[in-house]
Ligand binder design. Sequence first.
Ligand code: PMP
Length: 398
Amino acid sequence: MFESIDMAPPDAILGLTEAFCNDLNPDKINLSVGVYQDAHGRTPILACVKEAEKRILHQEQTKAYKPIQGSADYAVVVQALLLGPDHEIIANRRAVTAHTPGGTGALRVAADYLKKMHSKVTVWLSEPTWPNHPGIFQATGLPIKTYPYFDGATNGLAFDAMLAALRRVRAGDVVVLHGGCHNPTGIDPSPDQWERIAEVLAERKAVPLVDFAYQGFATGFRDDAAGLLRLCRPGCELFVCSSFSKNFGLYNERVGALTVIAGSTESAQKVLSQVKACIRANYSNPPAHGAAIVTTVLNDPGLRRQWEDEVKQMRDRINRMRKLFVETLTRKGVKADMSFITRQHGMFSFSGLTQSQVQTLRDEHSIYIVGTGRINVAGMTEANMDRLCQAIAAVVNS
Ligand code: PMP
């Protein structure tokens, strides 16, 4: 059976991390990984998470299975974080939430549900998008199309082209939108642009799927949900895939959520029953620990304040690095305007570096960047900034 199979291609980003680990240069810099790093290059456990874990360890009575969709109190905190606790959708019980293994799990359950119940739909992805998006939807056999997103001339949003493509979407098609901190570009629509996107999707009767992996990493929890809230019109239908990998630092606990918003309580319950059928045939029920942490922190006023403060520290550090990066590049005389980087959000930016520049940075300077030029700003520190910008100047100006 196994003699004739071919090797699968290595994951583009994880493969780079492997090469980084094998690099003997003590001054090597990794801007390719998708995790937050602090000023010492560490990916820390948040203090509020450690405290919640102590409480959970003390109070936990059983390791019995969770329900297929996870705990009900987790669903309550997830919906309140997304929509605000007083939203009409919550009051009218139009939303249902399943705890999934990470944001990836949420996307895959959504894809399975779509394939099972609405197999004729096309899924629309931004071009470019997180490289796992096509893989997840293709795995279920759903057809995929793309809409333009990045304008290389301005290093901004290709808004007119994006809207023009969305105007061609068929009724019932699913349009995947990044809720904020677009990965890989760092470019988010403005509030007015979100309003226009919401209008067009409503006109087309398209169903948004908001991939919300970085809530709190752009400007703050409520502000970051502004785009999502514009899509949440009376009677709307949509999917939200949450991830708590980044904003709780719970990468390896695999904690995320699929929230489906339907037109009525009855429809929401029917959808949940089908979502549960998909989960049952996949991983049966979710792992408990990460969701217990998220629920404990969000339900305790003191831990919640601490969490908001710790996320703010991560956000502020990233924004400081964006500024320092652009200032240092200018000081090093880089012959390219990279000021757009301070206007982008979250951990990632499209740097505008070409594939061959990226290769030279890796081969000659031990600086690891994804081939598309996507950089993880959180990999920058006050300590490595000078060397990084010196190398970029050498490569860009040559
Ligand atoms: N969506 C996007 C846009 C992401 O960047 C990521 C994480 N890289 C995810 C989803 C999935 O996150 P998780 O680790 O929670 O599965």
